[in-house]
Design a protein around this ligand. Sequence first.
Ligand code: DON
Length: 304
Amino acid sequence: MQNFQSYLDEVYKVVLELPNTGKVATYIPELAAVPHSKFGIQLLDIHQNKFAVGDNEEKFSIQSISKVLSLSMALQCIGEDVWKRVDVEPSGDPFNHLSLLELENGIPRNPLINAGAIVIADILVSELANPKKDFLEFVRKLANDNSIVYDENVAKSEKETGFKNYAAANLLKSYGNLTNDVETVLDFYFHQCSLHMSCAQLCDVFYLFINRGKCKRDISHLNINQIKRVNALMLTCGFYDEAGEFAFEVGLPGKSGVGGGIIALLPNSFCVVTWSPPLNKKGNSARGMAALERLTTLSGLSIF
Ligand code: DON
């Protein structure tokens, strides 16, 4: 068995010695209050052994990490039809840019940028009987943890300042790629982003992406081909205009969120979650990127 704990101890020590650069996201006011010094890492291996350092049990706003989970649920609901409404190409643009959406007639480049995730939210609003409740149940089931909740204050804070997301949703609507009304879809989207979870809980949820679609209780939620597609999208689109840099430095599929979390994984081997709120210029956790680069360099474990 890999000595993951010694890798994490070493990574934590090295990264803590680096200056804590970057800026906490302030465009969602509620996120601005989170202490900059928080730093945690959790790793779960394929045999369900757990390894951790720092603030791994503390809960934070998972933000865009949720886009992987909403996409997964949409695949469960309508399968490959998802790709009729959203493409699978990296955008090379920041997560909230809209210029390509107009140029490409309302088809978002991929489901992990905001416009793409809003289309996925629209699919779930159409398909689920009680969208917010059912999505929360899905995440709780994956984690086998009923304590997971939405942070209503974060959802409200984002709604009050979500002008770009309103612009994206309206643009999608104008191109006929949003079937429900803008308010309902964005209410769902703001809630999915507000999920309040720890590194440890996120590792539990993401276990199915290293275990061919089966969660920790051995229940199958996605098939192998769906897992292949979602992991491929995390690699090519999970870090927006820094996806190339993440593949270059870390070499794993992954997804970031502006709450400072990053999930990364090696299929059939391990998933790892880092949390440190200050973000680099591309909106990804600065310490999280540094920690994951160290982890894969020290261990020699990456998809490459
Ligand atoms: O829609 C937004 O702007 C946020 N709820 C999520 C953005 C985000 O996490 C981007 N990821 N790095």
